[in-house]
Design a protein around this ligand. Structure first.
Ligand SMILES: CC(C)(COP(=O)(O)OP(=O)(O)OC[C@H]1O[C@@H](n2cnc3c(N)ncnc32)[C@H](O)[C@@H]1OP(=O)(O)O)[C@@H](O)C(=O)NCCC(=O)NCCS
Length: 149
């Protein structure tokens, strides 16, 4: 089956597993787009989870940097869910949103949507994650996050 409208389930290429096309979030910012290459595959032929995590960390940093106003470091991956496999050639869109600003930390949510080859404009949610970054000074010690006015 092909060319289904948003919100309908369609069989995936792998067995009987079905995927659902979804709408992109309207309350999150597009912070990164990237296409995984064959060198990024795992032994199943899907994209290696560690590669996806690295991209999510970058997308999270892009989301958090405007609030840190300087150096920061990833202190925690609070949650990470691989909802659907990522494939070679998918166009991945990373959406980011601020969740919380603490004294020295910034927590963000990242959602990743894939457009499969031949299904451009139809989005499958493949990953979601929550990460916390800490604003650091030149010595690498935590520093206060500037107040948002
Ligand atoms: C980030 C780092 C500077 C924080 O130093 P620290 O002494 O642990 O700092 P603190 O205990 O004061 O915590 C700092 C902030 O991080 C938060 N934090 C610490 N551990 C956390 C955890 N496991 N989950 C969520 N938040 C956490 C604290 O709540 C605090 O936030 P707040 O000030 O907004 O309340 C230090 O842990 C570090 O350098 N880690 C390595 C960073 C790194 O290399 N990242 C890349 C890894 S691939």
């Amino acid at each position: 089956m092909s060319a289904s409208p948003h919100g309908k389930t369609v069989p995936s290429r792998r067995g009987n597993r079905e995927v659902m096309y979804v709408q992109l979030p309207t309350d999150e910012q597009l912070v990164l787009k990237v296409i995984p290459m064959p060198r990024d595959c795992n032994v199943n032929g899907d994209i290696f989870g560690g590669w996806v995590m690295a991209q999510v960390d970058l997308a999270g940093a892009v989301t958090a940097y405007p609030f840190a106003e300087g150096r920061m470091a990833t202190v925690a991956v609070n949650e990470f869910v691989f909802k659907q496999p990522v494939r070679v050639g998918d166009v991945l869109s990373f959406f980011g949103k601020l969740v919380r600003i603490g004294r020295t930390s910034i927590t963000v949510k990242i959602e990743v949507y894939a457009e499969r080859i031949g299904a451009q404009g139809k989005y499958i949610k493949v990953t979601e994650a929550s990460l916390t970054y800490v604003a650091i000074d030149e010595q690498g010690n935590p520093r206060e996050v500037p107040k948002v006015s």
